[in-house]
Ligand binder design. Structure first.
Ligand SMILES: Cc1cc2nc3c(=O)[nH]c(=O)nc-3n(C[C@H](O)[C@H](O)[C@H](O)COP(=O)(O)O)c2cc1C
Length: 220
C-alpha cells in the first residue's frame, strides 16, 4: 500500500471477529514496526502481546472492574481537564460517532455498552501492550508514540484492524500480573488488534480532522 493511502485510509476499528491473528503475522507486524525512530536510538519500548488464555484472564478482570465503575489507577493518569479547543474536537468526534451509530446523546445504556466493549478488546482475541521502565520520561513516551503509529499503519497495510486504547491500561496491576512484570514497568497503551468485521458501522466511521488553516502557521 502506498504511504499516503495507508495514512489516509487507516481508522480505529472497534468490532473484531473472534479469531486469532497467526503468530507469523504478529511477528511481521512488530518486526517492521520496531523500525521506529527514538531518542539516540534508545528504543525505550517494551511490548507484551496478549493472546489465548492470557487475553481471557485480562478481559475477565478488567471488564469486571470497569463494569463496577472502578476508576482504576493508570500508570500515566488520564487527563481530568482539556482546554476548550481540544474539548470541542472531542465533543464533535463523539457526536459524529454516535450519530453514525444512530445513538442519541442521552442513550446512556448504549453508550455504556460501547465503552465497556473496550475492555473486551472489542471482540478480538489479541491485544498489544506497550510499556516502559518507570525511570524513562517524556522523550521516551514520544518514542513509544512513534512505535505505536508504526504498529497502526503496518497493521492496516497487513489487512488487520487496530484500535489504540488508553482504557486498556486503566488497571495496570492486572497487566503486570498477567505478564509477570515488576512494578517498575509502566503501561502506556494497549492496542486491540485483529480481523475486523468490515461491514460493521462502527468500523466505517471516518473521524474528521482540522484543516491546514486551523493548525498550521507559516512564518517567512
Ligand atoms: C493515546 C490514545 C488513546 C486512545 N484511547 C482510546 C480508548 O481508550 N478507546 C477507544 O475506543 N479509542 C481510543 N483511542 C482512539 C481515538 O479515539 C481515535 O484515534 C480518534 O478518535 C481518531 O479516530 P481514528 O483513529 O479512527 O482516526 C485512542 C487514541 C489514542 C492516540
Amino acid at each position: 500500500m502506498e504511504t499516503f493511502d495507508c495514512i489516509l485510509t487507516r481508522s480505529s476499528k472497534r468490532d473484531f471477529k473472534d479469531i486469532s491473528v497467526p503468530r507469523d503475522v504478529l511477528d511481521k507486524l512488530l518486526e517492521v514496526s520496531l523500525n521506529a525512530p527514538s531518542w539516540a536510538n534508545s528504543q525505550p519500548w517494551e511490548i507484551a502481546v496478549s493472546t489465548g488464555k492470557t487475553s481471557e484472564f485480562i478481559k475477565e478482570r478488567i471488564y469486571k472492574l470497569a463494569s463496577e465503575d472502578n476508576p482504576g489507577n493508570p500508570d500515566y493518569p488520564f487527563p481530568e481537564f482539556w482546554p476548550k479547543k481540544q474539548a470541542n474536537n472531542m465533543f464533535e468526534t463523539g457526536g459524529h460517532r454516535y450519530e453514525a451509530l444512530g445513538i442519541v446523546r442521552d442513550d446512556a445504556a448504549r453508550r455504556r455498552e460501547i465503552t465497556l466493549s473496550n475492555y473486551l478488546f472489542f471482540g478480538s482475541q489479541t491485544a498489544i501492550f506497550i510499556y516502559m521502565d518507570q525511570k524513562l520520561g517524556h522523550w521516551s513516551t514520544l518514542d513509544c508514540g512513534m512505535l505505536i503509529q508504526n504498529i497502526l499503519l503496518t497493521a492496516h497495510d497487513l489487512g488487520l484492524g487496530a484500535c489504540p486504547q488508553a482504557y486498556l491500561v486503566r488497571y495496570p496491576d492486572i497487566l503486570r500480573e498477567a505478564f509477570k512484570l515488576p512494578t517498575g514497568k509502566k503501561f502506556l497503551l494497549g492496542i486491540s488488534i485483529g480481523y475486523c468485521k468490515k461491514d460493521s458501522v462502527i468500523n466505517n466511521i471516518k473521524t474528521p480532522r482540522l484543516g491546514l488553516k486551523d493548525v498550521v502557521k507559516y512564518y517567512e
